[in-house]
Design a protein around this ligand. Structure first.
Ligand code: WT7
Length: 630
């Protein structure tokens, strides 16, 4: 694959990709190994909606991630693993070793009854076995469904049940900073509610005492011991499922986004190389967790498809101290560093000596992902980490898009703080106005849609195609609606302004307010609640809950803590409200709809511009809520 080398080439490529998308993507796809070439590049209809790429093509993504590199890179590090604990030795996993481990997992899964098309849930920390697990599934055509190891037992059970996973891969525990989390006990609880799981295979990581249920549970090391190191890759159709990954919905339960083999491979391979301008021999580090799409696409698949070396980090930015990221960069001489604005903002608050202690001169490219980056954080990153010498790629994309959609190309696109800048080749955004029509020209603001398919887009919501259609293709018929608002400035640059639906982005994590509300409502003292986002210094957005109780509250702090605990138990610690305000009623319209617009304003600290409140059933609640605002 040739790299784009200047802005003119970008413009040419972009034009080619829009005037003849099929030949553009066929050209990119030709950089990969196919068992059988596709018969047609694209078939699509955004009304049904149905999207298929590389129809009839046969491949296995692990042959592209691993096997094809073996003749030239067998001894090159594929994954460089850095432990949570700086004292523990790092591990270099070569392409040859990765091949053997992935094959062993493939064989182990087969020995445990897993066949092509079966779903396997992976609930594991950031350890090398997790990479083997994910790729091992792909090796044999099993569909991986990774669940972030910070989710509660209830969330794990819901996700397992929604996709009917047959096997669950987990570990005894997880290290995160100074904490050790007992994952297996969470799994034990989840499995009480998940009858589809026949086998649970457990990696030993923290050596904490755990319960093993005879017949159901087995140790990873025992199961792997005699598994052969060669496992023929399953031949997959381009449109066979590669994975399911759950993301929050603005209403109801999480959505299992379905990604397929061929298009995902081509797009993620192409965008990794293009956006980061990845070059032979560079060390790349993405700090995300593999439980999120960023980890799937840009810790594992993207770098491996390009024969790269990807650093996988088990720990957290703040332990043993706030210099951990910078220490790892110095230790391993990281060249490309990709992280979230929330991490930047929290590290920015620490004394600058934590940064200055380390030599960061290996860095060449910086990236951000997950939420809008404010200008101040961008400038701090640019000055203190990049030393004004590293292009910053602010990459906009989603679980649903599979790969990066709008982003600068490192070192080529002129950057502008807080702008994701320009669409990548193959991406056709359209900004929609209040009237539901596409807005033309520049200096506009509206809702961001994509009007033409790209290879890695989600094909459906697992088990609920109707919801897929309603969520993404009904607001603006014939277009994919992202749920984000955006501006397009005089240079045609995009600035993502944030969600326009009831999803909030907390520390880069996508959270449905409805899901948090229903968790809060589980507390026996709670009658009803409304959750909105508010600007938070570090997290980007914080969670603000307005809670109505059955009885007057006497011990507010105590009840707040109890509610947080309930939410943490039901969804996970990441969903704990930052602020809980007890109110006697919620502002509702006569038809009973909560006017979140008003609550959002109050949560933001703006109590003067509440707009028209005359349609409220009881406008007096607004004064009460205003005066009690936290
Ligand atoms: C939502 C998707 C992309 C992987 C991680 C998040 C927000 C993402 C940016 C960015 C502004 C961003 C959007 C999007 N978002 N990247 N560079 N600038 N906003 O994936 O959990 O599916 O969340 O994250 O609001 O819709 P996700």
């Amino acid at each position: 694959m040739k790299l784009i080398t200047d802005n003119k080439e970008y413009a040419d490529e972009y034009l080619k990709s829009t005037t003849n998308p099929e030949s553009f993507w066929a050209e990119q796809a030709n950089d990969f190994v196919w068992r059988k070439k596709w018969a047609a590049v694209l078939q699509w209809d955004f009304n049904t909606p149905e999207v298929k790429w590389f129809l009839g093509g046969k491949l296995n993504i692990t042959e592209n991630c691993i096997d094809r590199h073996l003749p030239t890179r067998a001894n090159q590090t594929a994954i460089l693993w850095e432990s949570n604990d700086p004292v523990e030795t790092s591990k270099k996993i070569t392409y040859q070793q990765l091949y053997e481990q992935v094959c062993k997992v493939g064989n182990m899964l087969k020995a445990n009854g897993v066949k092509k098309g079966d779903r396997v849930c992976i609930y594991m920390p950031m350890i090398p076995e997790t990479a083997y697990a994910i790729l091992g599934c792909a090796r044999i055509g099993a569909v991986h469904s990774v669940v972030f190891a910070g989710f509660s037992s209830g969330s794990v059970a819901d996700r397992i049940n929604d996709s009917g996973c047959k096997v669950l891969l987990t570990s005894d525990g997880a290290f995160r900073g100074d904490k050790s989390i007992n994952l297996k006990s969470i799994v034990d609880e989840a499995l009480l509610k998940s009858p589809s799981v026949e086998k649970c295979i457990v990696v030993e990581r923290t050596k904490v005492a755990i319960n093993m249920q005879t017949g159901r549970d087995a140790w990873w090391h025992t199961e792997m011991q005699n598994a052969p190191t060669v496992c023929e890759a399953e031949e997959m159709d381009a449109e066979d499922l590669l994975f399911i990954l759950y993301t929050s919905g603005s209403t109801g339960k999480p959505k299992g986004m379905v990604h397929t083999c061929g298009g995902y491979m081509v797009y993620v391979g192409y965008t990794f190389k293009t956006v980061f301008q990845y070059k032979e021999g560079q060390l790349y580090w993405c700090t995300a967790d593999v439980g999120w799409v960023t980890g799937h696409s840009y810790i594992l698949y993207g770098p491996l498809l390009n024969g790269g070396t990807s650093l996988m980090f088990e720990g957290v930015p703040s332990w043993p101290d706030m210099g951990r990221f910078w220490q790892v960069i110095e230790k391993h001489k990281v060249n490309i560093f990709y992280t979230a604005p929330t991490a930047i903002r929290s590290l920015e608050k620490a004394p600058i000596s934590f940064v200055e202690k380390y030599n960061l001169s290996s860095l060449q490219v910086l990236g951000t992902v997950g939420e809008p980056i404010n200008e101040e954080a961008w400038q701090w990153y640019n000055k203190n980490i990049g030393k004004h010498n590293c292009p910053i790629v602010d990459t906009w994309w989603q679980t649903e898009t599979g790969g990066i959609m709008i982003s600068p190309i490192a070192g080529i696109t002129k950057t502008k703080p807080s702008f994701a800048t320009l669409p990548l080749p193959g991406v056709q955004p359209a900004v929609m106005g209040e009237n539901g029509k596409e807005m033309e020209g520049n200096n506009i603001e509206g809702r961001l849609t994509i009007k033409f398919p790209w290879p890695s887009m989600a094909r459906t919501i697992y088990g609920d195609h109707q919801r897929f259609k309603e969520t993404y293709f009904s607001t603006f018929p014939g277009k994919y609606f992202t749920g984000d608002g955006c501006k397009r400035d005089e240079d045609g640059y995009y600035r993502i302004t944030g969600r326009v639906d009831d999803i909030i982005i907390v520390s880069g994590h996508n959270m449905g307010t409805a899901e948090v509300e229903s968790a809060i409502d589980e507390h026996s003292a709670v009658c009803e609640s409304a959750v909105v986002g508010y600007p938070h210094d570090i997290k980007g957005q914080g969670i603000y809950a307005f809670v109505v109780t059955y009885e007057p509250v006497h011990e507010e702090t105590h009840l707040r803590n109890e509610i947080k605990e309930v939410v943490s138990k039901i969804i996970g610690p990441i969903a704990k409200p930052d602020k809980i305000q007890f109110v006697s009623g919620l502002p509702k319209t006569r038809s009973g709809k909560i006017m979140r617009r008003i609550l959002r304003k109050i949560a933001e600290g703006d109590t003067t511009n509440l707009g028209d409140i005359t349609t409220l059933l009881d406008p007096t609640v607004v004064d009460e809520i205003k005066s009690g605002a936290l």
